[in-house]
Design a protein around this ligand. Structure first.
Ligand code: NAD
Length: 373
């Protein structure tokens, strides 16, 4: 095993470590064993794609420490974050006789982490769970911070609970089997961290992001570590999103409207929407005179250098007009008292939360972005 990094998430009696490195799944038992009592057994929730690729490595990694494993593989994809699959997962955990003191493992991307964490939150009024995130998005974002849940017919992530994991194992060796598109989608969230609070990290990404994408392990570890540090720091300040945690939503007001407009389909993955949303948030900030005129171009230049979706023109198929997108933004759950809340920036690495955004300015940005399609 090469270099290992640990980021502590300081949340009092809900504090935990995020361990980042290579080969963590192959040695998972050694890290999970201290969480278990006499019963050396864990129940693992995963998806069918991850199971086919990596479940046997996890089984062997647990067996090394004498831990037995039972697993349920749900279908891969966003549609799994629904009542039917949640109920299937919870019923299965009960059939497997998971008790209050046991540990559930969520082994997959953000979909499995969100659903598995929620299942653990509601099972017997809450059992502990370990996140083993297998996508870049899940390693840098969804596995840390304790937001769990499923989607409702009314919208994404509307049903859920805050439930912090007991441990997160972010094994960067798993990223090798991701499709380039899934890797890039996660990278959208990585760029977001630089843009929202760490200009030096954004500089680093400009210089090193391509090598990390090409498979450089040390660079991948650094990129995951810095992202997790930033998320941990913000979550520790504001666990349940009363204030600062909203900074993590940079790009998300635009993103959620675009995801709704594309039917939460493969036309636009979440991280792709975040990347485009960040570019639009910087465009809006520049037009409002908050940041330098060059900043939005610099954001877009890095995204396109990485081969990522950057503009509305990169989304295939029809999109609503500017007013249609504004209506979708107004339905976002971040809307408070009917006021659109935006995360804007005074420069790269200097984001802030505001409700003082004239609708006309937003409409103007959307009209121009749509006209460029
Ligand atoms: P995902 O879980 O659907 O994974 C994407 C695809 O990659 C799936 O097909 C999956 O089977 C596959 N996959 C996973 N690991 C793989 C691997 N190692 N090799 C090959 N293929 C692999 O999606 P995601 O992008 O990881 O997560 C998106 C979800 O995360 C959304 O539901 C979003 O709402 C949620 N999210 C939650 C939070 C939070 O704070 N809880 C934050 C951001 C996003």
């Amino acid at each position: 095993m090469t270099q290992l990094e640990t980021v502590h998430v300081p949340l009092g009696d809900r504090a935990y470590d995020v361990v980042i490195g290579e080969g963590l799944v192959a040695n998972a038992g050694a890290r999970i064993a201290p969480l278990l009592g006499k019963k050396k057994r864990v129940c693992v929730l995963t998806d069918e794609r991850v199971a086919a690729l990596h479940l046997e490595t996890l089984r062997a990694g647990l067996a090394q420490s004498g831990i037995e494993m039972a697993a349920l593989a749900l279908p891969a994809g966003e549609a799994t974050k629904c009542w039917a699959e949640l109920s299937r997962a919870v019923e299965w955990l009960l059939t497997e006789k998971v008790e209050r003191g046991d540990v559930v493992v969520a082994f997959g991307g953000g979909v499995i982490g969100d659903l598995g964490g929620f299942a653990a939150a509601i099972l017997r009024r809450g059992v502990r769970f370990v996140q083993i995130p297998t996508t870049l998005l899940a390693q840098v974002d969804s596995s840390v911070g304790g937001k769990t849940g499923i989607n409702a017919p009314h919208g994404k992530n509307l049903i859920g609970a805050f439930h912090q994991p007991s441990l997160v194992l972010a094994d960067v060796s798993l990223l090798g089997s991701l499709s380039p598109r899934d890797y890039h989608s996660g990278y959208g969230e990585v760029v977001k961290y630089g843009l929202l609070g760490d200009a030096e990290f954004f500089d680093w990404l400009e210089a090193n992001g391509a090598e990390a994408a090409a498979g450089d392990v040390a660079k991948r570890i650094h990129l995951v570590k810095r992202s997790v540090e930033m998320k941990a720091e913000i979550v520790a300040r504001d666990e349940t999103e009363q204030g600062d945690r909203a900074l993590l939503n940079l790009g998300h007001t635009f993103c959620h409207a675009l995801e709704a407009a594309t039917g939460y389909s493969a036309r636009l993955l979440h991280g792709e929407g975040v990347a485009i949303g960040c570019a639009l948030a910087f465009e809006l900030s520049a037009r409002m005179g908050l940041c330098a005129q060059e900043d939005p171009s610099r954001v877009r230049a890095h995204l396109s250098q990485m081969g990522m979706k950057t503009d509305l023109s990169d989304i295939e198929g029809e999109l609503p007009d500017a007013d249609g997108l504004l209506d979708l933004m107004a339905q976002d759950k971040k809307v408070k008292d009917g006021q659109l809340r935006f995360i804007l920036a005074r420069g790269i690495g200097e984001a802030f939360v505001t409700s003082e955004v004239p609708k006309e300015q937003v409409r103007g940005v959307l009209i121009d972005a749509l006209a460029a399609r």
